[in-house]
Ligand binder design. Structure first.
Ligand SMILES: [Fe+2]
Length: 375
């Protein structure tokens, strides 16, 4: 454990409990280390920290409309890469037809989030039917292919040179949020055996160090008759996530962590009741994500009343400025009209800075930086 400089102070007029009991007419801003796990300071401001009148320079909040990306080839390695750093690569893949070749990622584990559509997954380990709302974690080296029943939109999150893990669920234990028993793995079933029976030549596109090599077999290499072990692709549907909440305390996004890699985390926002204590915040608190770049992919729902944000969009908040609720949401900071949130979103928080690629910038909504105006 790192030892930080141990101070706990109060200056001026301040509440004694984060995210609650704010002095009248103030806006709370959290500045913290290590995401939400390190030392933090909570300021009570007279104005919303997102109330900027102008924002210039390379740093800015950005929104990319991935739903505007064109349908790509049937190879995941041709999918549009939209955000990337050395430890994490985010692609958006629009697949309308069966993959003609097998894929294998030799660079890292791939986490597929199915935004839209359904498909049959055939891989080294067997067959799995996948649908919208599924996370499908493919361990590095897995050979796989998809046969869409309906066109698929897939957010692919590569954990480059590192494996995905489940987070330590700490005080609430390993069966909270989702029970490991809800994780599905592929089956060696009739559908899998049927695809083995088709005699044809198959090619495998192997991605290693970002370059694709093609290995040809005169037979179908997905020909295992069985396997055993502790390593396999797993599927988790967002509807199987039972989010943590407290009626008296707005939990930080880290409470919704679903998968961990060595340099980033993947969190899932799923519908949950609003806090009911009259003095507890009901919206995300303003914060500086100073140690992390923050990406949110909007899957379904109303997204805290953000104007112009629709399913298939991604917002990118690089570290370095404060972000928080939009003006409409802020009006309901302490009093909500609905009983619960209505959103499914995937958040990727990276410890290292991400770059927006050319493909990502091509579908940018440049008005996003001004969307807090009126706050
Ligand atoms: Fe954030």
């Amino acid at each position: 454990m790192k030892r930080y400089i141990p101070i706990s102070r109060t200056e001026g007029t301040a509440s004694r409990q984060a995210h609650c009991d704010l002095p009248e007419g103030t806006y709370e801003r959290e500045m913290s280390k290590e995401g939400f796990f390190g030392p933090a300071a909570f300021f009570h401001h007279r104005h919303p920290p997102t109330g900027w009148s102008n924002f210039e320079g390379p740093l800015r909040p950005r929104a990319l409309d991935l739903a505007r990306l064109p349908e790509t080839s049937t190879s995941p390695w041709q999918a549009a890469e939209v955000l990337a750093n050395a430890a994490c690569r985010v692609r958006f893949w629009r697949l309308a037809r069966n993959m003609e070749r097998l894929a294998r990622n030799a660079d890292g584990d791939d986490l597929l989030f199915i935004h839209r559509g359904t498909a049959e997954l055939h891989c080294d380990f067997g067959h799995l039917t996948i649908a919208a709302g599924d996370y499908v974690l493919l361990p590095r080296g897995t050979m796989w292919r998809l046969e869409p029943a309906e066109p698929l939109d897939v957010l692919m999150i590569e954990s480059t040179n590192a494996s995905y893990h489940l987070p330590d669920k700490g005080l609430v234990g390993p069966h909270a949020i989702f029970d490991p028993a809800v994780l599905d793995t592929p089956k060696i079933d009739e559908a899998f055996k049927a695809q083995q029976a088709v005699a044809r030549e198959w090619q495998v596109e192997v991605k290693r160090r970002g370059a694709v090599s093609t290995i040809t077999y005169p037979f179908n290499p997905l020909d295992a008759i069985g396997w055993h072990g502790e390593l396999a692709p797993v599927r988790l549907n967002v509807r199987d996530i039972r989010p943590l909440m407290s009626h008296r305390y707005h939990l930080p996004p880290s409470a919704h962590t679903t998968f961990l890699s060595s340099r980033f985390v993947v969190c899932t926002f799923a519908p949950r009741p609003f806090e009911t204590d009259p003095k507890a915040l009901k919206v995300p608190f303003f914060h500086n994500n100073d140690d992390y770049d923050e990406v949110i992919f909007y899957h379904a729902g109303d997204f805290f009343s953000r104007d112009n944000i629709h399913p298939g969009m991604v917002t990118f908040h690089p570290a370095g400025f404060t972000h928080g609720p939009h003006p409409k949401a802020l009006k309901r900071m302490f009093e909500q009209t609905k009983p619960a949130t209505d959103e499914y979103a995937v958040m990727i928080d990276t410890r290292d800075p991400l770059d927006v690629t050319e493909a990502g910038a091509a579908v940018e909504w440049t008005g996003y930086v001004d969307s807090w105006k009126g706050a």
